[in-house]
Design a protein around this ligand. Structure first.
Ligand code: ITT
Ligand code: MG
Length: 199
């Protein structure tokens, strides 16, 4: 069976290649099937809505069983921002580094106890064949936003996020350490059960 991992984010692609490596499914990306430039507007108001908006659109375009995720970082001191807007935080002029610097400046001077945050991920799986079955999985990881960047592993906000109970940011962790404890890893751990229902 073939599974389309439908995301435009290269950091996510790399993580899913590892997280899904032991599954009995052939994993394909958007570029592999000529959909590398198909962008889907994320018009939902929750991670779950946006995950399904993307998975349904890419499943319809590809006719393949399709996985998308919507994820982001939720910062308590910012009333949940950037949240579902994590990829768009600060507007279209910023790259990952610019978004990290903006987040740091928004939290400048806040003590550690008030820098609580979590990464959230909702995975949506859509089977576009007869019946159009849909499945989802949720994962999160609690932690803090550090006062400066640490490490350059991973992508996005990883150098700023230290998961609770660890002395290193995701940016300082090798992939083998981030994968099982990350929001995406926790959600992806539910995929074997979900994919077993698809035959
Ligand atoms: O929508 P797709 O095409 O999947 O790609 P995207 O990058 O736009 O993905 P999202 O809409 O889900 O936005 C998620 C943003 O949250 C951040 N993010 C999500 N997971 C992360 C992780 O594991 N480590 C660091 N940052 C992460 C990162 O900046 C992403 O751009
Ligand atoms: Mg996106």
């Amino acid at each position: 069976m073939r599974l389309l991992v439908a995301t435009q984010n290269k950091g996510k692609v790399a993580e899913y290649q590892r997280l899904l490596a032991d599954l009995d499914w052939e994993i394909v990306g958007l570029g592999d099937i000529g959909l590398g430039s198909l962008d889907v507007e994320e018009t939902g108001t929750t991670f779950e809505e946006n995950a399904f908006i993307k998975a349904r659109a890419y499943a319809e375009a590809s006719k393949l069983i399709t996985l998308s995720d919507d994820s982001g970082i939720v910062v308590d001191a910012l009333n949940g921002a950037p949240g579902i807007y994590s990829a768009r935080y600060g507007g279209p002029g910023l790259d990952d580094g610019g978004r990290r610097r903006l987040l740091l400046s928004e939290l400048e001077g806040l003590p550690q106890a008030e820098r609580t945050a979590r990464f959230v991920c909702v995975i949506a799986v859509v089977d576009p064949r007869d019946g159009g079955a849909e499945y989802s999985a949720f994962g999160k990881v609690e932690g803090h936003i550090m006062p400066e960047e640490r490490g350059d592993n991973g992508f996005g906000y990883d150098p700023l996020f230290m998961p609770l109970g660890y002395g290193r940011t995701f940016g300082e962790m090798p992939a083998e350490e981030k994968d099982p404890l990350s929001h995406r890893g926790v959600a992806a751990a539910q995929l074997p059960d979900i994919l077993r229902q698809i035959t």
